[in-house]
Design a binder for this molecule. Structure first.
Ligand code: ADP
Ligand code: MG
Length: 375
């Protein structure tokens, strides 16, 4: 194996929210630290984004999916090329791609498991359009080893936050929310706590025709319906033991529409209650699965949810008072680009053939090198 050296890596990520392709030019060091040089949030063209949502809804043909694999690859390379124009070519691009389906359930057909995951955004298109070696397809190898294929960011959390020598929960709040548990007592593990911004975004679009509840203003003006919140909290996902992951296949538009039948009539109260739900399910996951055997000093929030002060206030209210609530910014890491930076690190490990999955987080049977290289 080559001797490890610092490398310039562009991490590319678009999450379940599909709000933007996050492109982060990073310097990645052999000790696994990652320094952000510059990040950009590159918006999908409107019709491409609409088509992705059509795929999410199960209303796309095989032709659509085939075409979108290449079209999204082009979008990802456009995002990378903005950084390349300013800074020159990096050593490596590392692309998560766009998840269009994630299915960790062990259903069977002819006794063959149907567990699977699908991220599109063809890496050969990215490699050819940028002229850069491109790492991609990180989730498949973990799943092939019986893992959930997620959360993968635990690997970066372990490298970046374990040196604090504290017991911390690293909480990402994207479309879906996931937590990484880093403590002195246990090996690092993690799981998806459930909804993040998906349901909030969906209802803000439906009732207010805006893309999201900027700065939590609508939620702050509404009143939480305790009745509806109690009903929403009954969902079976929240009671399942980790390791567990979820996505838009479960928390689908139909799911949200079904739950809306029992919602309060005032749209702002709906947004307030869904914002409280995300906070409550996060804290309940801690109470059910983490607090019983780990004492926690801090919760460190990242992802778009960290920018919603109403959501952050709910989390603070529900958390035990001795636990401090912080964001990644408190540790000099961008909330916005944290996941793209984490994928820069995962790709760096792919390049050097270093195992970069965490079986404690995903349930995979062993460690392995995630990611494939295209040039
Ligand atoms: N200023 C803000 N106020 C409220 N919510 C925000 C703000 N910025 C981002 N968000 C929320 O965060 C989401 C994007 O979060 P992100 O971490 O990118 O998720 P994903 O990984 O699913 O793409 C947006 O859809 C929105 O709901
Ligand atoms: Mg995003």
């Amino acid at each position: 194996m080559d001797e490890m050296k610092p490398k310039m890596v562009i991490g590319l990520m678009s999450g379940t929210s599909c709000d933007s392709i996050d492109a982060a030019l990073c310097e990645v060091y052999p000790d696994m630290r990652v320094k952000l040089v510059k990040g950009i949030n590159w918006k999908y063209p409107v019709h491409i984004r609409a088509k992705i949502f059509q795929i999410f809804k199960g209303e796309a043909s095989v032709q659509d999916i085939c075409q979108m694999n290449f079209a999204i690859g082009k979008c990802f390379s456009d995002a990378a090329n903005v950084l390349i124009e300013e800074f020159g070519k990096p050593d490596l691009i590392s692309s998560h791609g766009q998840t269009i389906f994630h299915y960790p359930k062990d259903d069977k057909l002819d006794d063959i498991s149907l567990r699977s995951t699908c991220q599109i955004g063809e890496s050969s298109v990215i490699a050819k359009n940028t002229g850069c070696l491109t790492a991609s397809n990180f989730r498949e190898a973990d799943m092939a080893l019986g893992g959930e294929g997620a959360p993968l960011v635990c690997f970066a959390d372990e490298k970046w936050f374990r040196p604090l020598k504290k017991n911390v929960l690293v909480q990402n709040i994207g479309g879906i929310s996931n937590v990484t548990v880093i403590s002195q007592e246990h090996p690092t593990y993690g799981f998806d706590t459930g909804l993040g911004n998906i349901a909030i975004d969906y209802c803000v679009q439906k009732f207010f025709n805006k893309p999201y509840d900027k700065d939590g203003v609508l939620a702050n003006e509404g009143v939480v319906s305790d009745n509806w919140l109690e009903i929403l909290l009954q969902d079976e996902y929240y009671l399942k033991n980790p390791p567990k992951t979820t996505g838009r296949e479960y928390f689908s538009p139909e799911y949200i529409e079904r739950t809306l039948r029992l919602a309060p009539s005032e749209p702002k109260d709906i947004i307030a209650t869904l914002t409280a739900l995300t906070a409550k399910t996060i804290v309940k996951a801690y109470e059910n699965f983490i607090f019983p055997d780990t004492s926690i000093d801090e919760v460190i929030v990242g992802g778009g949810g960290a920018y919603n002060p109403t959501l952050m206030n709910f989390i603070k209210k529900y958390l035990p008072k001795h636990i401090e609530l912080k964001t990644h910014e408190d540790y000099g890491i961008s909330n916005n680009f944290k996941e793209a930076m984490a994928f820069a690190l995962l790709g760096y490990c792919t390049y050097y053939n270093i195992p970069n999955n965490m079986p404690e987080c995903t349930g995979a049977s062993c460690r392995t090198v995630l990611g494939k290289l295209s040039n």
